[in-house]
Design a protein around this ligand. Structure first.
Ligand code: GLC
Length: 509
């Protein structure tokens, strides 16, 4: 299948999608079972969060072996069946590639600890300072010190996330060869593209200089909660925009010209500019930043993205994920935001369950295992809430996710769910279809005006027509909306919408 442009991508977090064994954890056969639902939405592709062998300290983003399927998800035969079913339904399959780090249980890292110096070069090991302290002031993105002591090597190793996720030295030739081979292996199995985890964190400055303190402006923008010490630094030496962006040319070379490639930007500071650098010709197709989800897609953020980017085609839009709290409120705002996302040019990532209007659930501390959530508990939105499994059936036991005990408690409101499945889900189908058929995804923004919480967006679509979308985020009516029949309105779903000030309608201009 040819490489998509501006695909609508449905993100599946496999642990929480569909269990077929009664283990309480989702699996590949479960994804196969539910692919008709996904294809029915009209999306172009699925992105699978990691399915590789992992001790799951970081929810699968701590990979032991990138070439093998974790047995809790199934087998390679299941994966091949999944590819076949997806392709049969016209869906592309994009896999997560977690290249920035491995699990500390990975054989390469274990060999390095045991004194294998060739493998040691796969990571960043450094002697202590004369006083025994770490080599510099770098902090890991979750807020812990970025260096962990290993008494066997009597050295520190660098980790940008958890200590269980040692950072890979992606400049090392042997590491590059291994990555190229692993990506080729997945392409040979029929994989159509890749999502690169934390692509903006891949490289560091080899001088290993201390990061300077963040100015108040940078502090506000660095990814992470304001109480996370990581936001107190300006990450000029541990994240390298210039060099880092050209590295994406390797990713393109290894993945192939026909693969759809998108990356995650974990640098809140200069997020859009970095996204542009990573998506120059010969690099990635798109990058997604946290601007939209962190601001629940508000008009000012959309305008800021339009103003700072050359083209929204190079930025994937999204509102929820396995890392960000669900944006659903179960009210009028959900269909308005969905329509705004469908109308916004560029790729669109839909997180599993947002078509069911799922809100962010509360979890008790004893149910939570995510190390980031526990680090700051009960503060911060936390990540595990968004990972509570999919409720497929509002009345069935275990919501038809599992015949066993789900790995996180599921307490979805059954009446709300029933309503959303009857109304919001068909609306997603309608707008994903309009986006594709009218060429909104591949459109260009021609005008973007924001007045407070009102967004007035005009796009020139690839079907040759111009469309105008008006979106009010709780601010009430526009004074002079176009007359005539709209192409689509979010307001029909919730008649009380306008009174609540949420409003979203698209007209042909
Ligand atoms: C990405 C993943 C997140 C993970 C982190 C480290 O941000 O989306 O879940 O914890 O990378 O791999």
């Amino acid at each position: 299948m040819a490489r998509s442009s501006a695909p609508a991508i449905y993100q599946i977090y496999p642990r929480s999608f569909q269990d077929t064994t009664g283990s309480g954890v989702g699996d590949l056969q479960g994804i196969i079972r539910r692919l008709d639902h996904v294809a029915g939405l009209g999306v172009d592709a699925i992105w699978l969060s990691p399915i590789y062998v992992s001790p799951m300290v970081d929810g699968g983003y701590d990979v032991v072996d990138h070439t093998a399927i974790d047995p809790r998800f199934g087998t390679m035969a299941d994966f091949e069946a999944l590819i076949e079913k997806a392709h049969g339904l016209g869906l592309h399959v994009y896999l997560d590639q977690v290249l920035n780090h491995t699990s500390d249980q990975a054989p390469w890292f274990q060999a390095a600890i045991d004194g294998d110096d060739e493998k040691a070069d796969y990571y960043l090991w450094r002697d202590p300072r004369p006083d025994g302290g770490p080599p510099n002031n770098w902090l890991a993105q979750f807020g812990l010190p970025a260096w962990k002591w290993n008494h066997k090597r009597r050295q520190y190793y660098f980790h940008q996330f958890l200590p269980e996720q040692p950072s890979l030295n992606l400049r090392c030739g042997s590491v590059q060869n291994l990555i190229a081979a692993q990506m080729k292996g997945w392409r040979d199995l029929g994989v159509d593209g890749f999502r690169f985890d934390v692509v903006t964190a891949f490289l560091w400055d080899e001088s290993l200089k201390d990061n300077p303190p963040a100015t108040p402006e940078v502090h506000r923008k660095v990814a992470g909660e304001v109480f996370n010490p990581y936001t107190y630094q300006d990450h000029v030496y541990d994240m390298l925009p210039g060099d880092g962006a050209t590295y994406a040319e390797n990713l393109r070379k290894w993945a192939g010209d026909d693969a759809y490639l998108f990356g995650e930007n974990t640098s809140g500071n200069s997020s859009i500019e970095l996204a542009m650098a990573f998506t120059e010709p010969g690099r990635l197709d798109s990058v997604y930043t946290t601007d939209l989800p962190e601001n629940r897609g508000n008009p000012a953020t959309v305008k800021d993205m339009v103003d700072r980017s050359d083209s929204l085609q190079r930025i994937a839009g999204w509102l929820s994920s396995h890392d960000q709290p669900r944006h659903g409120r179960g009210d009028a705002s959900d269909p308005v935001l969905a329509l705004q996302m469908a109308f916004l040019p560029g790729p669109w990532i839909i997180y599993q369950g947002e078509e069911y209007g799922l809100p962010q659930p509360d979890l008790a501390r004893e149910d939570v295992s995510d190390p980031l959530d526990l680090l700051y508990w009960p503060d911060g939105p936390g990540r595990e809430g968004a990972r509570v499994p999919m409720p497929w059936d509002a009345v069935a036991d275990g919501y038809a996710f599992t015949a066993g005990t789900p790995w996180l408690p599921m307490n979805w409101d059954r009446a709300d769910l029933q309503r959303a499945q009857a109304q919001l889900s068909p609306f997603y189908r309608q707008i994903v279809g309009l986006r594709r058929d009218l060429g909104w995804g591949t459109a260009k923004v021609t005008e973007c005006t924001v007045i407070g919480d009102l967004l007035d967006l005009t796009i020139c679509a690839t079907n040759g027509y111009t469309y105008r979308g008006l979106f009010s985020h709780g601010a009430g009516d526009f004074r002079d909306p176009p007359t005539g029949d709209p192409v689509v309105t979010a307001n029909v779903l919730c008649p009380n919408l306008v009174s609540k000030g949420w409003y979203g309608t698209v007209w042909k201009a």
